[in-house]
Design a binder for this molecule. Sequence first.
Ligand code: NAD
Ligand code: ZN
Length: 353
Amino acid sequence: MSSANNSDFTGWVAHDPSAADGNMQWGSFQPKTFEETDIELDISHCGVCGSDIHTLRSGWGPSDYPLVVGHEIIGKVTRVGKDVHDLKIGDRVGVGAQSECCEACKPCKMEQESNCEKMTMTFNGRHSNGEKSYGGYAKTWRGPASFAIPIPDGLPSEFAAPLMCGGVTVYNPLVSYGAGPGKRVGVVGVGGLGHFALLFAKSMNCDKIVAISRSSSKKQDALELGADEFIATGEDSEWMAKNANSLDLIISTVSGSFSLDSYLQLLDVNGTFVQLGAPDDPLPSFSPMGLIFKNLKIAGSLIGTRQHIRDMLELAKKTNLQAWVQVRPMSEANQVVIDFEKGLPRYRYVLKN
Ligand SMILES: NC(=O)c1ccc[n+]([C@@H]2O[C@H](COP(=O)([O-])OP(=O)(O)OC[C@H]3O[C@@H](n4cnc5c(N)ncnc54)[C@H](O)[C@@H]3O)[C@@H](O)[C@H]2O)c1
Ligand SMILES: [Zn+2]
């Protein structure tokens, strides 16, 4: 690993889509200009999210290379701009998938800033000053203090890191769609987001939690994570009929293509299907009949607000949430990306400096 000059930061730089095959280069990159509303972090941990991989391979359209991914960042504050009043050097904070908002658009005024019309994504985005945003597969992070959330004492950094994106992305729709007593919740896709959805649905005391996966290889894990039942869609051709009308809310974390029709059959009257996974390609068409006859709703949801993050961190601390993380050295990031693509994480890799 070579050292960088004073003005540059050092991290895993992706130069083209081959980065997703484990071809990121350790080297220097130019962070945004330091402004008085900014902080710098000495990064201790960064979770590995499916969105990192989509972006590395330009799956959502051409990425803005060179880039540094990673938006589940935990670090200690090492520098504070003059206009930052609520953070100080030494504080332990987290930065998730969003690192800036405009404060002026309709969603921002509704305190729904995670849907800001001009939002800055933590990597592969642009700050309000026009400069590129760089993520957490690095030594140092620089950006606005306004999206750095203090981590409650007692919550380990390796658990806090993946909560910053993976955790809040499922926490938001679970809360927004009333997960809790009286609700039967299905979770499709038992990966990073999915495992958090099972853990949180359990801590919210839902009536029934059902994990839905293609094979039964994760059945035992899902039951330990809080599922009451498990459906292996690839192993039982009768799964839709057997489980029809059995759920009120489905949280789909599926990152690839899937048939919406089949999952809608599992919803009971007035049920809601929330899509969180963001496949590279559009989904196959579906029949509106399934929606119409049961008054179903299809929703999407993007990460969560700062208040969601704060509330979630408190819940995680209060319930002693045990995320299933595998801590790997930052130096192994390329191998970690390869392993992620193979579907090996159980259930979230966290890079540690
Ligand atoms: N909406 C948001 O704000 C938001 C935030 C973070 C991540 N995401 C997206 O969510 C998705 C999941 O992210 P992750 O970090 O949990 O990834 P992950 O790879 O850990 O989990 C995805 C899971 O879906 C499973 N899966 C894939 N295709 C499937 C199918 N057809 N049927 C059933 N299961 C299937 C995979 O095996 C895997 O277990 C990604 O697309 C990511 O970009 C969205
Ligand atoms: Zn993410």
